[in-house]
Design a protein around this ligand. Structure first.
Ligand code: SF4
Length: 303
């Protein structure tokens, strides 16, 4: 996974390098790799004005590499600030043998962050396993993704969060832009992210950090992760786009950054309309004309 470099020295000091950044041409030792990653994330936070005095940041923590790395970075960087508070928030989708909330709790403990856990069962009264049993698994990720967003927002808001930090990395961002292009989904490409009452604003501090660097950062801090794959992972388009981008990006190292920049640029130059939101009378969450989460939960129950 990593471009491990044998007997190469760090481009910034004489220590052994642990990674080679193809896009920058740099070999980096552990110390300079960590400093480089944290500088990228801090720059992203500064440029997007993600964090301000008085913020209570809920970090969406699955217990996997990306979210664990993010919680570590945020508690390390902002943990001593009295005007910013940080807590971890885990959502249990109810997938037997996959979602291990104990791992998330341990990571939160190691980072010294209060930990909260909510479940699909308690918030919408069903689980992903149950949905798959009744509806089949072809659309499992659609149901699961919409309901998880609903649960994260509802829980973060009720816990008083002013920001919801997500562990998405550069690869995730680039994949999302390319997927929207391939689907011809112009509306998503130009949609603006104006603040909406009831929606806790999301921040993505690792959006400029490549996936493999986030993974290495997590492993250096927590050791090897034993993550089993979700049994319902059927998102074929994302898997295809991931392979395509990794292959193309190997030969053209700036591609992922170019796609991320495109995704940020388009909403500013297009007259992207922000959809009007209202409060769903059933669940109390912000929604468009119809509440997608309630619709899917009703569908899953056979209603
Ligand atoms: Fe949910 Fe799909 Fe992710 Fe599994 S792969 S946790 S079903 S979104």
């Amino acid at each position: 996974m990593f471009d491990w470099v044998e007997a190469m020295q760090c481009s910034k000091c004489r220590q052994d390098a642990i990674i080679w950044q193809r896009y920058s041409g740099l070999h980096l030792c552990r110390e300079h790799f960590v400093a480089d990653l944290e500088a990228k994330a801090k720059r992203e936070i500064r440029q997007k004005r993600m964090i301000a005095s008085g913020d209570a940041i809920a970090v969406a923590l699955s217990g996997g590499k990306d979210s664990s790395a993010l919680l570590h970075f945020l508690t390390k960087t902002f943990g001593k600030r009295r005007d910013v508070s940080i807590f971890a928030l885990t959502v249990d989708e109810g997938i037997a043998g996959y979602r291990n909330t104990d791992a998330a709790r341990r990571i939160a403990e190691e980072c010294g962050a209060p930990w909260h856990c909510v479940s699909f069962k308690e918030i919408v009264g069903t689980t992903t396993d149950r949905i798959v049993q009744t509806r089949g698994d072809a659309l499992s990720c659609t149901y699961c993704g919409v309901i998880r967003r609903h649960c994260l927002n509802a829980a973060a808001r009720s816990l008083g969060a002013t920001k919801l930090a997500m562990g998405m990395n550069l690869d995730d961002e680039a994949q999302s832009v390319l997927m929207n292009v391939l689907r011809g989904d112009a509306e998503r490409l130009v949609r603006t992210t104006a603040p909406v009452p009831g929606v806790v604003p999301r921040i993505k501090p690792f959006a400029a950090v490549p996936e493999r660097e986030v993974a290495l950062y997590a492993i250096l801090r927590f050791g090897i992760f034993r993550e089993g794959g979700c049994p319902y992972a059927h998102n074929a388009l994302r898997a295809d786009v991931r392979g395509l981008l990794n292959d193309y990006g190997y030969r053209h190292p700036a591609t992922k950054y170019a796609l991320k920049n495109l995704g940020e640029y388009l909403p500013g130059v297009c007259t992207g309309k922000t959809s009007e939101l209202r409060v769903c009378p059933e669940c109390g969450e912000p929604c468009g004309d119809t509440c997608r989460s309630c619709h899917l939960v009703r569908e899953a129950r056979g209603g």
